[in-house]
Design a protein around this ligand. Structure first.
Ligand code: HEM
Ligand code: HEM
Length: 208
């Protein structure tokens, strides 16, 4: 039951669905990278190698779908503020990094989809087949493959820096950044309204 007269509870974590989607993205990316990096264990043209590439693409497309869910959740549920607050430049840098990561999660699958289209290959998605995004063209396919590979390799650095920053906040700055993304011991309700107050985000919702 909701109690509208109760004082609002400070929000110290992301929404549980955002937390779930964040760690699911990480798990999917581990599989996406492992499948493509380890494809060399099977000879070119073999069924096993093709299967690894197919799963690379399908899980990459799952990341693509998930990022829209994450962006929608982000628009609905506000982001918790770091306590104690870091300097403004650090806040701006973190924001820039987060948007770069979102761009990466959108651009990589899209490039993969375009790449298969340009190669004239099918684009399987868990029993379905997605439409081609462009007409087959060998030159375009080569260019797209090179861009996909370069940004894919950049992804290692981006993710590494992001994870290192999270650990820095936790062990060096000793603020609550990592707790924002940790499944909370007392998670905030799945439904409810968060409001911005001068001392941070507050949550009005049903805890029962
Ligand atoms: C977040 C998503 C993705 C990431 C991080 C990613 C990453 C990579 C990386 C790092 C490579 C280069 C491997 C190498 O040559 O050393 C690669 C290759 C490739 N990717 Fe992706 N990829 C993603 C999504 C997709 C999607 C959605 C598709 C297709 C639907 C796709 C299709 C391909 C293809 C066809 C190759 C070339 C493989 C080959 O010809 O051997 N990728 N990807
Ligand atoms: C490798 C381990 C990872 C750790 C330890 C980690 C940790 C965190 C933490 C603590 C936050 C909250 C930051 C804050 O409150 O200001 C966060 C946010 C975020 N993480 Fe990660 N993360 C990891 C992997 C990833 C990966 C693989 C991606 C995607 C490529 C990613 C994308 C994001 C994004 C986009 C946000 C911002 C969320 C928002 O405000 O909308 N993270 N991460």
């Amino acid at each position: 039951m909701s109690n509208r007269s109760a004082p609002p509870t400070p929000v110290t974590t992301y929404h549980p669905l955002s937390i779930g989607a964040h760690w699911l993205t990480l798990a999917l990316l581990v599989a996406v990278y492992a499948l493509i990096e380890l494809r060399g264990i099977y000879p070119k043209g073999s069924g096993a190698r093709e299967l690894m590439k197919t799963w690379h693409g399908m899980l990459g497309l799952a990341v693509f779908g998930l990022v829209f869910v994450r962006l929608a959740l982000r628009a609905i549920y506000p982001t918790p503020a770091i306590t104690p607050p870091p300097p403004a430049w650090q806040h701006r840098l973190a924001e820039a990094m987060h948007w770069t990561l979102y761009a990466f999660l959108l651009v990589m699958p899209l490039l993969g989809w375009m790449l298969l289209s340009a190669k004239g290959k099918p684009i399987p998605l868990f029993g379905l087949e997605l439409p081609a995004l462009m007409a087959p063209d060998r030159g375009t396919a080569k260019t797209l493959e090179a861009i996909h590979e370069v940004i894919g390799n950049l992804g290692y650095a981006l993710i590494g820096l992001h994870a290192a920053a999270a650990l820095w906040h936790h062990y060096v700055s000793r603020d609550d950044t990592l707790h924002h993304m940790w499944p909370a011991a007392h998670p905030r309700p799945l439904l409810g309204i968060a409001t911005q107050h001068e001392h941070g985000l507050e949550w009005k919702g049903d805890r029962s």
